[in-house]
Design a protein around this ligand. Structure first.
Ligand SMILES: Nc1nc2c(c(=O)[nH]1)N[C@H]1C(S)=C(S)[C@@H](COP(=O)(O)OP(=O)(O)OC[C@H]3O[C@@H](n4cnc5c(=O)[nH]c(N)nc54)[C@H](O)[C@@H]3O)O[C@H]1N2
Ligand SMILES: Nc1nc2c(c(=O)[nH]1)N[C@H]1C(S)=C(S)[C@@H](COP(=O)(O)OP(=O)(O)OC[C@H]3O[C@@H](n4cnc5c(=O)[nH]c(N)nc54)[C@H](O)[C@@H]3O)O[C@H]1N2
Ligand code: SF4
Ligand SMILES: [Mo]
Length: 790
């Protein structure tokens, strides 16, 4: 008998509620859940293919363990034995920082990824953490950390109520939105226009989002910080600054006015290739709108001035009085967030508490740049620039004890390179700069474990691969995304079909991984959750603002319900959270039990103002011109004057050369969905978009191969001539290049595409956040010599 089961879609940030049709343990159909309190039946082609993604025969079903150089199927017990035996000696010999932890994007799409990596890191004690954030939104975390004192306090456009939306470097009609969780983003944009609001899109490409807009500004890549700085300048010059209800909560307004004084519309026009009059009207329209929100994403983040751009986005929101008001840019409050503390000064946000070993990149939010992972593995001790070579030159494996070689330049990571990697849901060989170098570096490790459903370009280097079950066999609660959702709501879906024979839930895999790498191999994985519960409750009862203040943590723990550790942790977070039942204090409040009674979710209402309560800066105010930002402004000022040097500042294409930007396709998902036949082919291809004028100038023909060259290497890709890109800009999607041996991706390998990130050498970073410059970097494009076609 076919039956249906709800499942929150894990394939993008929109978190749509889906209804799976299930026969036996097979998903036979997928549709949008019309009763979902948030997504109301919306579904996109990716969600519709969840069944085929689930059933992909290339998904690994058993763990793999390397024996005599070859990956072979093994039991779970053998696999975890191998993990413990591989990691512990590295920790004991070289210290904890010699274990690199790499966390990829799908960790925000699984419950396991929210619940266990913090325990893994805490247990290991390593500072060698690399995540997809430094290929993505780290500039926003840094900006929020500095402005609001909380790196996770990221305002989102109040999409359903705003009168004016200014979008920079985002294409939500294809991406379905990011750091702005909004099922049916396209429908919400259309609704904005229907109610008389305006949509303005700044993007070097005429995207599908730009086509929906009232106005499209085809800016030169990398120049958004200049454009926004000039808009801020206009607000001051024209007397349009109006903080509204933020008055009294903001410091540094006058300093910002001084800091942007030189950035007049006339001064930035050439660098942005946007007329001064347009810059002025962008600022004036924003200030004049009854409510407005400025929103920037990947194209405003993974650029040379990423942190400055993200900061300026919120400076504009603040100065126009739109931050934290309905219709503006607001802070969601998720059901699993901590109960709000009283307003007042906080600890603030520090950058650079330690530095990467090889190049001295400062940490940001506890992370090092993923673009520097390869060099953190393949740079010998003492090879670090500025290191004390005399004493730091002991080769890896020389037997020096933990804590590093005495006297070596210690930037907080010890002297030893990374010798082992724990990689969870990440494919940096394709996602990060210079995959070829990383590929070699990973191959040289003493040990690597991957938690991944696929044997792909990265996992092929692992000594152990631990495959999670497909989505239909996993429970889901989108922990991360409720904090970025345009409406407060909460949903939880249990596994739609039972775990297949021989499968292990990813929550259990990650719990066992925590035990295996921290020397507790073989202990009961439930103990990991129990310890987390105990710690959280013990702290909560000491905090006067919680509703469990003064209560007995053991009594609270005994009240938790749920079928397993992760469910009990969810129950705990819900009950302690802002809408929770406070363990009986508010019988109407949220708990897991209550949520399970609402399979389509519980609506918690529109976003509400949260300033000053959420501020955690040392002053307790919004600090509009933080020191590190002020220190980075001279670099932006220099970009006004100088045509960019090669590999340089990021106002790309001013010297007549070409710069490359990325693009996403609705039926793609970073590097790992090219193996689902329903999602491949058609317009979802790895082609180089070239403007007709550039194609004519360079003698490139539509469909013919082009040789694209960059600092990290060359790739050959077919040309697609289109005026959707502005002149001087070419575009390639990422996540392609499925042609390495030793992978098991039958469908993807048939149409492998080329890895755009091979064009990068890993040295171009936004300095404050360590985020790779993936947009607006210089490339050369030529017609390949026949011999180069191989
Ligand atoms: N040039 C360029 N490069 C980019 C970008 C760009 O715009 N341009 N975008 C960047 C961005 S924004 C991001 S977020 C990164 C993403 O880069 P990564 O973090 O590397 O993410 P993915 O490419 O999505 O690879 C995810 C891995 O997780 C595995 N996986 C899938 N589902 C699960 C699961 O349920 N559990 C586990 N354990 N594993 C799973 C997949 O098989 C795959 O190996 O790429 C970045 N790279
Ligand atoms: N279908 C699909 N959906 C996805 C993903 C996917 O791979 N496929 N990936 C998911 C992930 S991990 C993320 S982070 C989100 C990303 O979500 P978005 O940020 O909406 O995604 P992108 O399509 O990369 O949009 C970036 C836009 O920035 C533009 N751009 C490039 N450089 C510049 C610049 O200098 N200035 C300006 N103003 N614009 C610039 C590009 O042309 C592009 O249109 O999407 C998520 N959703
Ligand atoms: S928009 Fe995103 S969450 Fe919604 S169905 Fe599509 S892939 Fe899934
Ligand atoms: Mo991302």
């Amino acid at each position: 008998m076919p039956r249906t089961a709800p499942r929150i879609c894990p394939l993008c940030e929109a978190t749509c509620g889906l209804t799976l049709q299930v026969e036996g343990s097979r998903v036979t159909g997928v549709r949008g859940d019309r009763d979902d309190v948030f997504s109301r039946g919306f579904i996109c082609p990716k969600g519709a293919s969840l069944g085929s993604a689930d059933a992909d025969p290339d998904r690994l079903r058993r763990p793999l363990v390397r024996r005599d150089g070859r990956l072979e199927e093994a039991t779970w017990a053998e696999a975890f034995d191998a993990v413990a035996a591989g990691i512990r000696p590295v920790v004991e010999r070289y210290g904890p920082h010699a274990v690199g932890v790499v966390l990829g994007n799908p960790n925000v799409h699984t419950m396991a990824g929210a619940l266990y990596p913090p325990l893994l890191l805490g247990g290991l004690g390593t500072r060698s953490l690399f995540t997809a954030s430094t290929l993505d939104q780290m500039p926003k975390h840094v900006s929020s950390g500095l402005l609001f004192g909380d790196a996770l306090a990221i305002p989102v456009p109040d999409l359903d109520r705003t009168d004016h939306l200014l979008v920079l470097g985002a294409n939500p009609v294809e991406s379905n939105g990011s750091l702005c969780t909004a099922p049916d983003f396209p429908g919400r944009l259309k609704a904005l226009r229907r109610r008389g609001g305006r949509l303005v899109v700044v993007d070097p490409r005429r995207t599908r989002t730009a086509k929906l807009a009232d106005r499209h500004v085809a800016i030169r890549p990398g120049a958004d910080a200049l454009l926004l700085a000039a808009m801020v300048q206009v607000l001051f010059a024209d007397g349009l600054v109006a903080l509204g209800r933020l008055d009294g909560h903001v410091t540094g307004v006058g300093q910002v006015a001084d800091a942007v004084r030189d950035f007049t519309p006339e001064a930035v026009a050439d660098a942005c290739d946007v007329p001064a009059a347009t810059v002025r009207s962008l600022a004036r329209d924003l200030a004049a709108a009854p409510s407005a929100a400025v929103y920037g994403r990947v194209g405003a983040s993974t650029v040379a001035f990423g942190t400055l751009t993200c900061w300026l986005v919120d400076v504009l929101n603040v100065l126009t009085g739109n931050l934290d008001r309905p219709g503006g840019a607001m802070f969601p409050l998720a059901a699993t967030d901590r109960a709000p503390r009283p307003a007042g000064p906080g600890k603030g946000f520090a950058l650079g508490r330690w530095r990467s070993r090889a190049s001295g990149h400062p940490e940001a939010k506890g992370e090092l740049p993923l673009a520097a992972l390869a060099e953190e593995i393949d740079t010998a001790p003492g090879g670090a620039e500025g290191a004390d070579r005399g004493s730091g030159g002991a080769p890896a494996g020389s037997g020096a004890g933990p804590g590093g070689v005495p006297g070596a330049a210690d930037r907080g990571l010890g002297a030893h390179p990374i010798r082992a990697v724990v990689c969870v849901a990440a494919n940096p060989v394709l996602s990060a700069p210079d995959g070829d170098r990383l590929d070699k570096a990973l191959a040289s490790l003493d040990f690597m474990v991957s938690v991944d459903p696929y044997l792909n370009e990265t996992a092929r280097h692992a000594h152990v691969v631990l495959p999670p079950p497909p989505p239909a066999q996993s429970a889901h609660h989108p922990f991360a995304f409720n904090s970025f959702a345009v409406r407060n709501q909460v949903r939880y879906t249990r596994a739609a079909v039972p775990l297949e024979e021989g499968r292990m839930a990813e929550t259990e895999i990650q719990a066992r991984l925590v035990l295996a790498v921290t020397g507790l191999h073989g202990a009961d994985p439930d103990a990991v959750d129990a310890a987390a519960v105990e710690r959280t409750l013990a702290r909560a009862v000491t905090e006067p603002h919680t509703r469990v203040h003064g209560r007995d943590p053991e009594e609270l723990a005994a009240q938790l319900t749920g079928d397993n550790g992760p469910e009990r942790r969810l129950d705990m977070m819900l009950r302690l959270g802002p809408y929770g039942d406070g363990f009986g204090a508010d019988p109407e409040g949220l708990s897991l039990r209550r949520l399970l009674d609402h399979p389509h979710g519980i609506d918690l209402g529109p976003l509400t103002p949260r300033v000053p309560q959420l501020l955690r800066t040392r002053s307790g105010h919004i600090e509009l011109l933080p020191g590190p930002i002020a220190d980075d402004l001279p670099r932006l000022r220099a970009a006004l004057r100088d045509a960019p040097a090669r590999g340089g500042a990021g106002t790309g294409g001013r010297d007549g050369g070409l710069v490359l930007v990325g693009r996403r396709h609705l039926r793609s998902n970073n590097s790992w969905m090219h193996n689902v036949p329903a999602l491949t082919g058609g317009s979802n291809r790895c082609t180089l978009h070239v403007h007709p004028d550039d194609a004519a100038r360079l003698g490139l023909d539509d469909g013919a191969p082009a040789l694209v060259g960059g600092a990290g290497g060359d790739i050959t890709v077919p040309v697609e001539i289109t005026d959707a890109v502005r002149p001087g800009v070419v575009s390639l999607p990422h996540g392609w290049g499925h042609d390495r041996p030793g992978t098991r991706l039958g469908v993807a390998a048939a149409d492998p595409g080329a890895n755009v990130n091979q064009l990068l050498d890993g040295t171009l970073l936004d300095p404050l956040s360590g985020t790779a410059v993936l947009n607006g970097f210089p490339v050369t494009v030529t017609s390949p010599h026949p011999a180069e076609l191989g």
